[in-house]
Structures are given as C-alpha cells and as structure tokens.
Design a protein around this ligand. Structure first.
Ligand SMILES: Cc1cc2nc3c(=O)[nH]c(=O)nc-3n(C[C@H](O)[C@H](O)[C@H](O)COP(=O)(O)O)c2cc1C
Ligand code: SF4
Length: 384
C-alpha cells in the first residue's frame, strides 16, 4: 500500500534482479566488531540484523578487507577464505531474516592500509609513491603497486565477492571512493604512472572496470554488484565530477547494478576548504544529481540526510533512486520503522559535535546517542 506521507521512500525498488522493500539503505559504517583475525563476532551479526529489523530495505556492511595487505584497522572484518565463512553467513543471515537485502562492502585499503601502530613499517600499496599525512604529524610514502600485486588485488576482489555469495549475501559493493586502492587509481594526483594503469582517463579507470568485470564473471547473474564511486576528489588537478559522470555508463557495461557517489578522500577532507563538510545537510547531493543524469542503474544519495521529508523530496523529484543513511541508522536503527509509523518525534538523532563513532573505531564503534545500556554493551543490537 502506498504510504500517505512518504510514498516514494517506502515504495519497493529493484536493484539488479532483486527487490528491496523500500528505498532506504544502511550506508557502510566501519564499526569494527570483528576479532583480530577479521572474523565477525556475534555482536557484528546482531548489529547488522538490528538495522534490518529497524526497517532498512538494504543493509550494506562496513568495508570488509579482501586481504591482509588491504586491511586498515585492527578489528576490521576480513573476508578472504573459507575460515570465516560461517561467521559471515551469520551476519548475512541476520540481515535477511529481518527482510532486508544483505550487501557486503569490499575494500582494499591501498595507501591507507594498516597497521597504523607501526605506521612506518607497513607496505601500503598505491598506484604511485606519493607521500601523504596518514596521522597528524606522521607522513608516509606508499609503495608503488607492482603488476603482480595489481593482479593479486583484482583476483582478491573476485574471490571475496564469491565468498560473500557463498556466505549468503545478496550482493557486494566495491569500495571505489575515499582514497582507498580503487579510487587512488582514478586520481591524477595519487596516480602518476606512465604504464597502462595511469595517465589517460581510460588507464586510470582500468583497475575499477577490471575489478567489476572480474567480480561479475565470478558470481551469479542475480547477485548484486554495486559500487561506491568517488564523485569528486575535491582537490585541484584531482579526479573530477566530469570524469565520474563519464565513468558511470562504462561501469554499467562492466556489470554494476547500483552506485553510491561519494566526494573526497581522507586527505582532501582535511583541507581548510572542506572542513566541516560531513556536518552539512545533503553535502554531496549535487554530485549525485549530476551522476544520475548519466546512469540507468539505481543511484543512492548519501550524506547529511536526517529529515525524512528531505529524503522523500529528493526521491520524489527524481534526483536519486534511494537514500543511503550511515550515522542516522547507527544512532537509531529504527529510523525507517519510526518514520513509516509516523513516530518521527521519537527519532534518536545523530547530533554529537565530536563524533564518538569515529573516535571509538579502533576498539569497536559506539554512539553518543545510544541509551546507556547499549553504549555500555558496546553495540545496540542486543536490545529487543
Ligand atoms: C564512523 C564512520 C565509519 C564509516 N565507515 C565507512 C565504511 O566502512 N565504508 C564507507 O564507504 N564509508 C564509511 N563511512 C562513510 C559513510 O558511509 C557516509 O558516507 C558518511 O557518514 C555520510 O553519510 P551520513 O551523513 O548518512 O552519515 C563511515 C562514516 C563514519 C562516520
Ligand atoms: S551521534 Fe555521534 S557517535 Fe552517534 S552516529 Fe552521530 S556522530 Fe556518530
């Protein structure tokens, strides 16, 4: 039945060959509830299941590392072999049990890979050895990724997608933003290669397209393949919105079923011009609108969407096909159900000034807005 106040938000949507019950997705948020070996704990399954129980149509997990070389944080989940399959099946099962599509975000952290505690020792892979400030006052120079390592990373992406399918996920989202490996190839600033992986637009986008093709070839046709796509690097001489709009039809040809455009990298977020970006309402929506004009697959808008009326307006105008909410669903997993039931005044808002979720990431994220018992337990999911 059509919803009286939010008819678009609560209409079903087709993603690839599957259907989501509404147009609200949990956007990926690294909560790091895995163990030291990257194996999901029961808390991780409960955490994601709880987001599905709260009514999201699609739950995209945090970024799962595809390999040790591509892992960023000490408790980040990692899906690289059969050893962790049962634990990941538990995560996918909890999401699907509550009626949402389960999608695993997959990443090679590239230049941002860990371990940060030994920041000068790690071999971080990037298209070119361009130095950058990893942590305040700590500059590192990533290693230039070799042809063999490129081949390894591409086959690891396909392997992780296959494992995700085997674990029962409905799909994967390739992490192609924020400066991680895939998006570092896009950027003329981070990628200064003179071989077939750098230089022209075709060469800089080759890694992403090849990753999508390899994943698509190795999974079933009904398995969803999405991408989080860097829409603009927000840096002079960097990857531009024009390039992102040119890439989207090629990604579709390669086999993607949806995209979530996202601006900036960890480095460009720190520049004075971009300070406070994450706090602004709908802060990357103009880029989404631009990209959607060139897309035929569903495009999700993300970033600074809190108010369900804003979400409905965006979708009703046809600016995007779905909304992906990260912090709002972290602070209140029941956001979709409360909105659907007209209980907007009961929403637990995401409004802390110093983001506790980011600050606590290395040990398992917590939210400032959770009820005390949930914050003490370390996750919201254990509550009914
Ligand atoms: C604590 C935290 C962890 C995040 N982890 C991820 C991640 O694993 N993968 C990703 O693509 N984006 C990640 N993001 C970015 C979010 O997906 C999203 O783009 C951003 O928070 C803006 O959306 P929002 O305003 O709905 O929170 C993270 C954001 C936060 C605050
Ligand atoms: S209230 Fe704070 S800790 Fe919670 S999601 Fe929002 S920014 Fe993160």
């Amino acid at each position: 039945m059509t919803h009286a106040i939010y008819p678009t938000l609560f209409s079903p949507m087709t993603i690839g060959l599957r259907e989501a019950r509404n147009r609200i997705a949990q956007a990926p948020m690294s909560v790091c509830y895995a163990d030291e070996n990257g194996i999901p704990t029961p808390a991780m399954a409960e955490h994601y299941g709880r987001r599905a129980k709260g009514g999201a149509g699609m739950v995209i997990t945090e970024n799962l590392a595809i390999s040790v070389a591509g892992r960023q944080m000490p408790l980040q989940p990692m899906l690289k072999d059969d050893d962790s399959l049962d634990a990941f099946a538990n995560v996918a099962g909890e999401i699907k049990r509550h009626g949402a599509l389960a999608v695993a975000q997959i990443v090679h952290a590239g230049r941002y890979a860990g371990p940060w505690s030994e920041y000068e020792k790690a071999r971080r892979l990037a298209p070119s050895p361009v130095p950058f400030e990893l942590l305040p006052g700590k500059t590192v120079t990533p290693a230039e990724i070799t042809e063999d390592e490129i081949e390894q990373a591409l086959s690891d992406f396909a392997n992780t997608a296959r494992l995700a399918e085997k674990a029962g996920f409905d799909g994967v989202e390739l992490h192609g933003a924020q400066g991680f490996l895939v998006s570092s190839f896009f950027s003329p600033v981070m990628n200064r290669r003179k071989d077939g992986w750098g230089g022209s637009f075709e060469n800089r986008t080759r890694f992403a397209l090849e990753a999508v093709r390899r994943i698509r070839a190795d999974v079933g046709r009904d398995f969803i393949v999405g991408i989080q796509l860097m829409s603009d690097e927000l840096r002079p001489g960097g990857w531009s919105l024009d390039e992102a709009t040119s890439l989207i039809p090629r990604l579709e040809e390669a086999g993607i079923d949806f995209a979530v455009p996202v601006v900036s990298t960890f480095e460009t977020l720190k520049t004075p011009e971009n300070a406070g970006l994450f706090a602004r309402p709908t802060f990357q929506h103009e880029e989404v609108r631009a990209i959607r004009r060139f897309a035929t697959v569903p495009i999700f808008t993300n970033g600074g969407i809190r108010d369900p009326r804003v979400a409905e307006d965006i979708l009703a105008r046809g600016d995007a096909d779905g909304v992906a909410l990260a912090r709002p669903l972290f602070s209140d997993p029941d956001w979709p159900e409360k909105v659907r039931e007209g209980r907007v005044c009961e929403l637990r808002f995401c409004d802390c000034t110093e983001a506790t979720c980011l600050r606590t990431q290395l040990t398992g994220s917590r939210c400032e807005s959770w009820p005390k018992a949930a914050a003490e337990a370390g996750y919201f999911g254990y509550q009914a």
